[in-house]
Design a protein around this ligand. Structure first.
Ligand code: CS2
Length: 488
């Protein structure tokens, strides 16, 4: 394989792939995106490309990576071009995406501040994952003790945190007399727009109360629900893409056919024609978001912990193992009464589609990947369902098994005694509670108020059920517990 994807070689791919129906060299930038991982490239970048193809507009993206230099260093030699390989039951489809017109790595965050302040920037989008918001996951407040937040509140250098970067950009915008814009969170947080607003405003108020007032007057924070399964890219994926493309693409991503984006329509400075790009614009995202977080993500995390423990490296493998699909169905039965479904939702159809998506044999989605950052994910995925059902006197059986599986997983040793690499911002703290017998481990972990809040740890039926499940997981192993629970 000789060549590499770039503006100069793009023409050579004609006939092999779907090319953007606009000239990338003429696309000006109107969006700054923070967090340029695989999810952004497979999701928002594709909807935005389709919107530009349909209706035009200067909606190119300046993509900022706050942490690693890996993605920018792959994209820069390719002039920001990358391909998206969609794998499902039909033959694979490869599309070149050309929306990323600038890439900014962690060493140049000063340029990201300037990009937010540019008058042409009308939207800042974010996919920085749950932990990127530096918030208390249970309460949603700013974690003012977080080292990056402390550094950004005290320092005058380039920002380190997402919030520090946004607020520095907004301060520069205000100082230059440029008007407001929209901040659009595309992360799996509950009420992600309101959450972003609250965190940005609090951070700004700690720096400069005048800026907080300006934010009140000038900034929109619509909420959004995002949904597309995008596993981490492997070397094998890059080789597959190269053989389809006839060129190396070191920044490609692989995803499923399904993609959904539901957005609240509050963009004072304008937005791409996202409706024509496959998104749904609504007044209130909450019903969509609750359904997605509690059904898709709640079951994803449950499958991830139980599946990993039972020896399944991939979601598709776990969901095919005895009992898993039935158990997931029972989890959805439990979660459903806590939801106010969007008008016209066909719940049975949605559930069947989720099972089919999880079973996609062409996506190598690691249970370990989903198991990451459990402390940031459990509240909105499982604990909210449990709290609502406890209050209403309904069953909490299966969702609690999901939480117990996390408590088993964070012990850091698998069922054969091998180590589990626990990735979590609270990994150090989790390790201190790991090596205790079930009842004591449950009490210690429930003591993490930033995860469980104040009320749930006091709910005795929840605590007792956690101990029950954790004892059984330790004694019988996850595969047996899943089989038994599915038959119950
Ligand atoms: C997954 C999500 O990694 C995870 O925690 O549950 O990334 C999931 O694949 C997406 O939310 C699907 O839209």
């Amino acid at each position: 394989m000789t060549g590499r994807l770039s503006l100069a070689t793009l023409i050579a791919t004609r006939g092999r792939v779907r090319l953007p129906r606009f000239d990338p060299e003429w696309l000006a930038t109107g969006i700054v995106h923070l967090g340029c991982g695989a999810f952004h490239r497979a999701h928002q970048a594709m909807h935005t490309q389709a919107a530009i193809e349909a209706s035009g507009g200067d909606w190119g993206v300046a993509a900022v990576s706050l942490r690693g230099d890996d993605v920018p260093s792959r994209l820069a030699p390719q002039d920001g071009l990358f391909s998206v390989l969609v794998r499902g039951t039909q033959s694979p489809v490869l599309t070149i995406n050309a929306t990323l017109r600038e890439t900014i790595g962690p060493a140049r965050l000063g340029e990201a501040v300037a990009a937010i302040a540019r008058p042409a920037t009308r939207i800042v989008t974010l996919t920085v994952t749950e932990k990127g918001y530096c918030r208390d996951p249970a309460r949603g407040d700013l974690d003012e003790g977080h080292p990056d937040i402390r550094a950004d509140l005290g320092g005058h250098g380039a920002p380190r945190s997402t919030l520090g970067l946004i607020v520095a950009g907004l301060a520069a915008r205000r100082a230059a007399g440029v008007g407001g814009l929209a901040l659009l969170s595309c992360d799996n947080l509950p009420e992600n727009g309101a959450a972003t607003y609250r965190l940005v405003r609090r951070f700004a108020a700690l720096r400069d109360p005048g800026l907080a007032d300006w934010i009140d007057a000038e900034i929109d924070c619509p909420s959004a629900m995002v949904d597309r399964i995008v596993p981490a890219v492997t070397d094998a994926d890059r080789d597959t893409v190269a053989s389809l493309l006839g060129l190396r693409d070191e920044a490609c991503v692989v995803t499923e056919p399904f993609s959904q984006w539901v957005i609240e329509d509050r963009f004072r400075a304008g937005r791409p024609d996202w409706e024509s790009g496959g998104a749904t614009l609504v007044r209130d995202v909450a019903p969509f978001e609750h359904m997605k977080l509690r059904l898709l993500n709640g079951s994803h995390s449950t499958i991830a912990y139980l599946g990993y423990l039972a020896g399944h490296a991939y979601v598709a493998e776990a969901i095919a193992a005895p009992g898993f699909a039935t158990l997931v169905g029972r989890l959805w039965d439990e979660a459903a009464p806590t939801l106010t479904l969007p008008a016209g939702t066909d719940l049975a159809g949605y559930r069947a589609q989720l099972l089919a998506r999880f079973s996609n044999p062409h996506l190598a989605h690691r249970t370990w990947q989903i198991a990451m950052d459990g402390t940031q994910k459990l509240p909105q995925r499982l604990l909210a369902t449990i709290a609502d059902n406890l209050a209403a006197g309904r069953s909490i059986e299966v969702a609690t098994l999901g939480v117990a599986a996390w408590m088993r997983y964070v012990r850091g040793a698998d069922e054969r005694g091998g180590p589990i690499e626990i990735r979590d911002p609270l990994a150090g703290e989790l390790a201190r509670h790991a090596d205790f017998a079930p009842a004591e481990r449950v009490d210690r972990l429930l003591g993490l108020r930033q995860v469980f809040g104040d009320a749930l740890p006091r709910a005795e039926p929840f605590r007792r059920l956690l101990v029950h499940w954790l004892e059984r997981l330790e004694r019988e192993g996850a595969a047996a517990v899943v089989r038994g629970a599915a038959m119950a």
